[in-house]
Design a protein around this ligand. Structure first.
Ligand SMILES: C[S@@+](CC[C@H](N)C(=O)[O-])C[C@H]1O[C@@H](n2cnc3c(N)ncnc32)[C@H](O)[C@@H]1O
Length: 165
């Protein structure tokens, strides 16, 4: 498969998963967190399909298309290895949905560079929160949950936050 075809499939899978996740949190309170604002494409989609939700976006720097920039009070800049624990200390396990899109596109690289990420995700997720991710997240608090139909295996990952005992 060409890299163009692979890119198109990744975007289709991403949209399908975002739409599915937005429907899955209907009726549940909590924040939505976008970990990896990047160009702002998925943030923009989330705010379109979840207009009533408070959505915070995180990234090292604000490089998004100006049309997809969150308001300053909902944008957390800096290395997430530092900003996520600070946010968790203030807000606790506040999120009903987390979209993790910090991937470099190279799973072997992500496994090393983002090894700290699953623990921080678990620390922000409310009981039974839905976590969708472009890279695999391994943490005992995160239970693998099935993705919607039509999302190729390994292209996206979904988890539920185990309730704290
Ligand atoms: C794949 S891009 C996100 C794409 C974005 N969701 C979109 O739809 O346009 C990954 C983003 O994660 C950010 N990122 C990766 N590791 C990070 C870290 N440790 N701290 C903050 N941001 C990080 C990168 O700066 C990059 O913008």
């Amino acid at each position: 498969m060409s890299r163009l075809d692979s890119f198109i499939r990744r975007l289709e899978a991403q949209r399908r998963v975002l739409d599915w996740a937005a429907a899955a949190i209907t009726g549940r309170d909590g924040l939505v967190l976008e970990l990896g604002l990047g160009n702002g494409r998925t943030y923009d989609h989330l705010r379109e399909i979840l207009p009533e939700r408070v959505i915070y976006a995180f990234d090292r720097e604000a490089r998004a298309n100006p049309r997809s920039l969150p308001p300053p009070e909902a944008l957390v800049l800096g290395d997430m290895a530092q900003t996520l624990p600070v946010f968790a200390a203030t807000h606790g396990r506040c999120a009903v949905l987390l979209h993790v899109d910090a991937t470099t596109g190279v799973p072997e690289r992500d496994a090393v560079a983002l090894a700290w990420l699953p623990g921080h995700v678990a620390a922000l997720a409310a009981d039974d929160a839905l976590i969708i991710s472009g890279s695999e997240l391994i943490d005992e608090a995160l239970l693998v949950t099935p993705l919607p139909e039509g999302v190729p295996l390994g292209r996206y990952f979904a988890y539920r936050r185990r309730a704290k005992a």
